[in-house]
Structures are given as C-alpha cells and as structure tokens.
Design a protein around this ligand. Structure first.
Ligand code: NAD
Ligand code: WQD
Length: 355
C-alpha cells in the first residue's frame, strides 16, 4: 500500500531539516503539499521539527536516514507515493571541503545519484536540485546569467555542484531516464522565517557573514572581521546578492509547479534578487534595523573570495513568474529575531538542565 491522503501531493525533501530545506517545508505546507523529510541531522538539530510542527498546517513526516544509503531510501520510495523530490542534502562548508574533498564528493554526488536512480525505478519524474552561484567561479562580469561560461570552481564544494549539474545534464539525455530536473542556482541566502520559529543553525563558529554578525552582536563570539576593504568596488568590500530564505523557499514551489506541467527535461535558474549589496552596506543595514552597534575590524582578504557577483534574474522572473519580495533589511531583522529567540530558548534549556 503506497500512501497518499486526500489527493494531497507528497514531496520528498532530502535535507529538509536544514536551513533552506526547513523553510521550503514550511512553504510547501502553505501551498498544500505534504513534505516527507529525509535528514539524518548531521548538520541540523531535531528542534527544527518543533518549529515546523507549529508552523505547518500540513504536518511533515520525517525519517532519520542517510540519503546516500540506497537500501534505506528504497523503503521510503516503496512506502509512499511521491510526486516530486527536492534534493537539498549535501555538505556546504567551502573551507572544510578543501580539507576533506573525499567526504564532499561522496556525500554530494552519491546522494544525488541514489535519488535519481530511485526516481527512475519508481517512475517519479519531478526533481528540483540545489545548485549554487558557486558554479560560476570568479566570473568575468558582475551580473551573471544562466548561460554564462563556468570558470573553475574555487573549492571541492564548488566542484561538487558543477559535477552535480553536469550529471543531471547527461542524465536528461539518457534514453533510460524519465527524471525532469530543475537546477536552482542560489545566490546568498540569509534571514529566517518572520515568525522567528525556524532559521539558520550553524555548527561552531559561523563561516557565513550574517550568522557571524548575529552571533557577534548578541555576544556569543567576538567582533566581526571584514575580509578586505581594498577591492575594486564602491566601498572596497565584496558585493553579493543576498536573498531572503523565505523568497528562496518559494522559488522551489514555483519550480516544482512549472515542472508538473512542463516537458522540459532540464531547466536552470538563478535565484537571487538581481541586486548587489556590499559587506559594509549589509553591516550598516543591520545596525539600522536592529538598533545594535556591531563591533568589527578590517582584516586581510579571504582567499578564494569572489569580488563582486549578483544574479541576472530575467529568466526566473519570466519563466517561473517568481521574484524576491523581501528586502535585505527584512532579512536582517528576521535573522536577528531568530537569533534572539534561540539564545532565549537555550538559556531556559540551560537552566532546566542545571536543576
Ligand atoms: P544545511 O546544512 O542547513 O542543510 C542540509 C541538510 O542536509 C542538513 O540538515 C543535513 O543534516 C542534511 N544532510 C546532509 N547530508 C545528508 C545525508 N547524506 N543524508 C541525510 N541528510 C543529510 O544546508 P543549507 O544551507 O540548507 O543548504 C541546502 C542545499 O543548498 C545544499 O545542497 C547546499 O549546498 C545548497 N546551497 C546552500 C547555500 C547556502 O549559502 N546556504 C547556497 C547555495 C547552495
Ligand atoms: C559573504 C561576504 C566575505 C564572513 C558562500 C559560498 C557559496 C554559497 C554561499 C553555497 C564575503 C564576507 C564573511 C566574515 C566577512 N554557498 N565575510 N567576514 O563566500 O559569498 O558564499 O556561501 O553554495 O558557495 O562560498 O558567503 O557569507 O561566507 O561571505 O567579511 O566573517 O562576507 O568575504 O565577501 P560567500 P559568505
């Protein structure tokens, strides 16, 4: 017996307990889909499920399974009627990937091949894959569109996304294949759900800018170091396309729904705001919206950093009828709300544990 209740579509969400995955599970419920999460919590916390259970009208199911494990994954495909798959599960820390390329290639590629193999075996044709602007490498132009030439990736992590994309491209041309894939190239996701109930939970000292800023502002870690202010940009700091994670989550629903009615075997979209914001501008906006003063100093450039990049979003705006709605200021306010709530919840837990 394969389960589907009341005609509601089931979406398998690998990595659904993670940062972008959890926001997408919430967005799926909002649009009337049921999520079947596969996540072994290697880079997330089970407490995410509490937030999701409060937020989601259609409650997600979750399975604590390693999605590189084909045998275990086959149980899910056997037991549930799955209408589409959103594949988030991967390792994503650029620096760590330089030290542990084997882990990154194994997890990021094996999980993808297991998912597509089972999709073909069970006749499931809709896949949305998490790609990244990292596939562009250090681009020649600052505004990148999907057909931009790919430069070599600057890390093993970046290569796993380039290889994942190439794999799906080869697969789309195979006569044995029925999987239609949409590759979403995310720019820099930031922020949290406006409720403050789900957000980003980095392990250890954060590598990414916004989690670092929030943890520093709340006093968990020391002052921020701005990695270089002598770049060829208006204020000397790097420029990125920061996109609110809820907008990014909604892009997945748009991609999935387009795919349900499309014959295209592979489609690629940039998912960004189309606007560049510098590191200093982001810091100033954070101070403005939160009323906090952020302590920071300027340090040397970080090796491998892209100087300036933002998305050309014409294709995604037109073909998926999707565009970002939130501003960077909204995203920073929501990230701050999440950070404050997290510290509050953890301090209560600490008191309970020490009783
Ligand atoms: P995340 O680490 O918060 O989420 C990934 C989730 O996948 C985690 O919950 C982790 O426990 C789970 N996971 C990893 N490997 C697994 C496995 N083998 N089996 C089961 N679960 C596994 O990361 P995120 O920021 O939500 O990123 C999601 C996806 O988007 C990743 O593919 C990432 O490479 C991609 N991406 C992220 C960013 C970003 O800046 N956050 C940018 C571009 C692309
Ligand atoms: C943003 C800017 C830093 C921390 C990474 C991955 C990319 C994609 C998104 C997954 C840069 C500066 C940062 C700090 C700083 N992920 N910074 N001090 O490097 O654009 O992209 O995440 O696919 O592949 O490389 O994001 O948040 O690390 O940095 O000055 O303590 O903030 O130099 O200019 P990045 P980031």
């Amino acid at each position: 017996q394969r389960h589907m209740k009341n005609g509601i579509k089931n979406i398998l969400v690998t990595g659904g307990a993670g940062y972008i995955g959890s926001h997408t599970v919430e967005a799926l419920s909002e649009k009337g889909y049921k999520s079947i999460i596969v996540d072994d919590f290697r880079n997330s916390d089970k407490s995410v499920m509490e937030g999701l259970n409060i937020l989601c009208k259609i409650k997600p199911l979750y399975f604590e399974i390693d999605c590189t494990d084909e045998k275990l994954m086959r149980f899910i495909f056997k037991y549930y009627k799955i209408d589409g798959v959103i594949h988030f599960a991967a390792y994503k820390a650029v620096g760590e990937s330089i030290d542990k390329p084997d882990l990154y290639f194994h997890n990021n590629i094996q999980s993808l091949t297991v998912v597509t193999k089972l999709m073909n075996e069970f006749g499931i044709s809709n896949l949305v894959f998490s790609s990244s602007c990292t596939v562009y490498g250090q681009p020649d132009s600052v505004e990148v569109s999907e057909d931009q030439e790919h430069k070599p990736a600057s890390s093993p992590y970046g290569y796993t996304k380039q290889v994942g994309e190439q794999y799906l491209d080869f697969l789309s041309k195979s006569s044995q294949n029925i999987v239609k894939s949409t590759l979403l190239r995310y720019f820099n996701p930031i922020g949290a759900h406006p409720s403050g109930l789900i957000g980003e939970l980095p392990n250890g000292v954060p590598n990414n800018l916004v989690p670092y800023i929030c943890q520093s502002a709340i006093g968990l870690i020391g002052p921020l170091t701005v990695f270089g202010n002598d770049y060829d940009t208006p204020d000397g700091t790097c420029v990125r396309d920061f996109i609110h994670v809820v907008d990014l989550a909604n892009a997945h629903i748009a991609a999935l729904e387009k795919q349900f009615s499309s014959e295209a075997s592979i489609s690629i979209y940039n998912v960004g705001t189309g606007k560049g914001t510098s590191v200093l501008e982001l810091i100033n906006t954070f101070e403005m919206v939160t009323g906090e003063t952020l302590l920071y100093n300027v340090g040397p450039r970080r090796e491998g950093d892209i100087v300036k990049i933002y998305a050309n979003t014409q294709k995604v705006n037109k073909e998926l009828a999707w565009k970002s709605e939130y501003t960077v200021a909204d995203a920073l306010l929501h990230a701050w709300k999440w950070q404050k709530q997290l510290v509050y919840k953890r301090s209560i837990q600490y008191k309970i544990d020490s009783l």
